[in-house]
Design a protein around this ligand. Structure first.
Ligand SMILES: *Cc1c(COP(=O)(O)O)cnc(C)c1O
Length: 853
């Protein structure tokens, strides 16, 4: 028997305590320690029992405690202080960005399938979500006019526990949104606001929950409402659960539903940012809306949408990019294609690398690339990898010119920093590091922190981590029904003063969590060294369908149960933001050994840096940028080589791992000749704080997005929108004309005034004759394309020089000239090419049109 209706009973807080609600309903508490501490100090046990969820916490507080607090003058003072700081924070209008004429309305809509904001909002699986959360927090701190959209998963991502033999099992606890810091978005008449999307001849409705992330509004879509058919209520049940059909439905809800929700709430973002391809249908929906509302052609609407869309790709693993089979697309998008006025084949081409291949699946990444003029990878190396990976979308282009750039990720420092460490920074860096975490000058002051103070603080954090590990191990042993002897082991696990190395992340196979176990005998020698012991903490989840990943977990757990390793190697179940915090704040070394170049960026190592934890990683993702060969900030595994033989690579790199550990890391850590401090180690900690903390901060990242993408995209939108979208229409017309005439543009007589042998630094004049054939010279730009050449005559590097129009020749051809400075020495070559040009075209490469001499 189920009840007819369920009510949530909310405690009546004494009036004096009313500000607690406001603090509870803003996720500012997830990066403002004063607030979470205000809660946890009321009742530490209950705070943890409620999963650090302040709403649930307040609901669970006994009446007597509330009355007690209401009568406590000191508590009331503290409460008002903290509440005043929230009010101040929300009221501040300080910003360094100028979005002209935006009138304070949100300009950018950020779309992401997951957000990792706080332990109490479990709608994330890993790095992508945590990055999105950090993006919003920095956007809030920087007062960026941004609004965000995601999904409110009833079960979130799965929770992990292990069987006795170490096999991963999944649980799906239900999120009670009413007991979370979320509010339902309502219409003026008080009824819940809903929006609908079409799913094969039926409509699916969704309601919208709002989360306050500091100053940023995050809207989360939820299809679990009684109007929907049971199977549609499941759409927002699980993050990355279900089959391909479930995935396409989710992405329709996120992209199309998300955009409709914006409009239903009278929000009119000018720029959209798709964080990964999951939300790329939003681009289609925007096109459709411009066509419907403003009578634009598909082409003009597409110009407008692409010119004001930003897309970030995160996945260098091909299988990680969503691809939908043609029949599945047909089922869900055939009517939609018609509404856009497109033949289905033409529609499908938007998501195909080769538009002519009818068998090719529809790829969300390709769609996003085609519907956005600002594309980027998430580290410099990943930018290069992405240009290679998606070069087929721009055939005829040298890979360097594929229009995908790079903005390296960053982390939100005040979220990830240990409170103890933050107080130390307050003392020596001033409070500026909180306000301006990407300022080099501020972090320079980290050099002034006395070595002993920094080291003692770090040691305390390691001890705290060891305590936490024991507590978690005990809990998981009890839950498993473990023996009493196992409980004893848990209570004594690890040594609070031993060199502690952490490894925690998703157990995707390319991350090779078991690389350390390649040679167990060698490992045993290292960890069980009499004077210089080493210990390891592992954590991480494998995707429920990833059997290989689960096997790796099992392998680690089985080793962790063996007598000669169990005191030196532990596996913590159910990796989440809390475990991440403890580990990233308390380990000495953060280990990462993905197979290069499959880690797009990897942000956990940046969190380590901010806490004075040293990195030890393959030269992949961000570490490829940060690492220096003098080991100033930490150590590398290998030198960034590529191997074709996977097994051989694992072998070579595991040897590297053991060698560096034994010969460099262990000795540096245990060198205590100077007043019992590891001086060289502390110097490396400080090097990282000084140089890397500001560089890999999410403030720097968000500022990069603003400068290279949001602002130009916004300006573009405003220019194209003026006079009833006049420029968008003319840009589309121009493009159509260009497409038809481009084929007849020609180049002849490319010449250089130079000898065959050149001296370094010589300047040569290159000339070429062009026939524009019906186009105008204003429609094109002519470039010298030059660079080093390898033995096959292919370009190894490139530089381009714009050529100037010199004169019109008698037969109508036009002479162009440009001056080129030669390179250092060696083989060097050049050619000439023609690209389209239009003042509103952001990137001459984005149209995919080019002529080579
Ligand atoms: C930071 C973080 C990640 C991402 O870390 P990677 O280095 O990309 O593996 C994943 N999960 C959690 C809980 C995190 O906090």
């Amino acid at each position: 028997m189920r009840p007819l209706k369920v009510y949530n009973v909310i405690p009546r807080l004494p009036g004096e305590l009313a500000p607690l609600w406001e603090l509870a309903f803003n996720f500012w508490f997830s990066w403002k320690h004063e607030i979470s501490e205000l809660f946890s100090r009321i009742d530490y046990q209950l705070w943890h029992k409620s999963g650090q969820n302040p709403v649930k916490f307040l609901n669970l507080l006994p009446k007597e405690t509330l009355e007690d607090l209401a009568g406590d003058e000191f508590f009331r003072d503290r409460l008002h202080q903290v509440k005043a700081s929230l009010d101040n924070y929300k009221a501040s209008t300080k910003t360094s960005f100028e979005f002209e004429k935006s009138g304070g309305e949100p300009v950018v809509a950020y779309f992401s399938a997951e957000y990792g904001i706080s332990l109490s909002l479990p709608i994330y699986s890993g790095g992508l979500g945590v990055l999105a959360g950090d993006h919003l927090k920095s956007a809030s701190d920087l007062n960026l006019p941004l609004v965000a959209v995601g999904m409110c998963y009833q079960n979130g991502y799965f929770r992990q526990y292990l069987t006795n033999d170490g096999w991963q099992q999944e649980r799906y606890p239900v999120n009670d949104f009413e007991q979370m810091p979320l509010t339902l978005v309502r219409n003026k008449d008080g009824s819940p606001l809903t929006v609908q999307v079409d799913l094969v001849e039926r409509k699916v409705s969704m309601r919208v929950w709002k989360a306050n992330i500091g100053r940023i509004d995050l809207y989360l879509l939820d299809t679990n409402i009684s109007e929907n058919e049971p199977q549609d209520r499941e759409i927002t049940a699980q993050l990355y659960g279900g089959d391909w059909e479930m995935r396409i439905k989710q992405e329709i809800v996120l992209g199309i539903g998300g955009l409709r929700a914006m409009h239903a709430m009278d929000l009119n973002p000018r720029v959209i940012h798709m964080n990964e391809g999951h939300s790329a249908f939003a681009g289609l929906e925007r096109i459709k809306l411009f066509m419907q509302d403003h009578g634009m052609s598909f082409e003009a609407a597409t110009e407008l949408v692409a010119s004001s869309s930003v897309f970030t790709t995160h996945t260098p693993v091909p299988a990680g990019n969503d691809r939908f089979a043609p029949d599945l697309m047909h089922k869900y998008f055939e009517p939609y294609a018609r509404e856009l006025g497109l033949a289905f084949k033409v529609f499908m081409a938007l998501g195909r690398e080769d538009p002519r291949d009818d068998q090719e699946h529809f790829c969300m990444t390709v769609l996003a690339l085609r519907l956005s003029r600002f594309n980027n990878g998430v580290s410099q190396l990943h930018g290069t990898v992405s240009r290679n990976m998606w070069k087929k979308v721009w055939p005829q282009y040298p890979v360097d010119d594929v229009p995908i750039g790079a903005i390296t990720n960053g982390i939100h420092i005040t979220t990830w920093i240990a409170p103890d460490m933050s107080y130390l920074f307050d003392r020596y860096l001033g409070s500026d590091w909180r306000e301006d975490p990407d300022c080099q000058r501020v972090w320079k002051q980290s050099q002034a922190i006395p070595d002993s103070e920094l080291w003692r603080t770090h040691e305390r954090l390691r001890e705290r981590l060891v305590d936490y590990v024991r507590y978690r191990l005990k809990e998981q042993t009890v839950a498993r029904g473990g023996r009493r002897s196992e409980l004893h082991l848990a209570e004594e696990a690890l040594d609070p003063s031993a060199l502690t190395i952490g490894f925690a992340r998703r157990f995707a196979t390319y991350k090779r969590a078991n690389l350390l176990l390649t040679d167990v005998k060698r490992l045993l020698e290292i960890v069980n060294h009499e004077k210089y012991p080493v210990q390891f903490i592992f954590a991480g989840k494998a995707h429920p369908k990833d059997v290989e990943g689960k096997k790796i977990i099992q392998q680690i757990v089985q080793h962790a149960r063996e007598a000669d390793l169990s005191h030196r190697l532990v596996f913590l179940e159910d990796y989440d933001m809390e475990i991440a915090s403890y580990m990233l704040q308390g380990c000495d070394v953060w280990l990462n050994n993905p197979k290069r170049p499959l880690e797009a960026c990897g942000t956990s190592g940046m969190k380590a840096v901010a806490n004075g934890v040293l990195n030890f990683s393959t030269l992949d993702g961000w570490w490829d940028e940060a690492y220096t060969t003098d080991n100033r900030y930490g150590w590398a595994i290998g030198m960034g080589e590529s191997y074709s033989d996977q097994e051989y690579q694992d072998l070579v790199e595991s040897h590297y791992l053991y060698n560096v550990l034994e010969k460099e890391i262990v000795p540096t850590f245990y060198d205590r000749r100077h007043g019992s401090l590891p001086t060289e180690w502390v110097r490396k900690m400080k090097n990282g704080l000084r140089d890397l903390a500001p560089q890999f901060s999410s403030h720097r990242m968000v500022e990069d997005y603003v400068e290279t993408a949001y602002l130009p995209a916004y300006k573009n939108f405003m220019a194209l929108e003026k006079n009833n979208f006049e420029k968008a229409k003319s840009l589309a017309d121009w493009r159509m004309e260009l497409m038809t005439k481009w084929g007849s543009v020609q180049i002849r007589n490319v010449r250089a005034a130079a000898e065959d042998e050149l001296y370094a630094g010589d300047e040569i004049t290159v000339s070429a004759e062009i026939d524009v054939n019906g186009l105008s010279t204003e429609d094109i730009q002519v470039e010298i394309y030059a660079g080093d050449v390898d033995m096959d005559g292919s370009f190894l590097s490139r530089k381009t020089v714009l050529m100037q129009q010199k004169k019109k020749l008698d037969d109508g051809w036009i002479l162009y000239e440009g001056k080129l400075e030669t390179f250092e020495t060696g083989r060097f070559g050049y050619t000439v090419r023609i690209l389209p040009y239009h003042s509103l075209l952001l990137d001459p490469h984005c149209l995919g049109l080019i002529h080579w001499a």
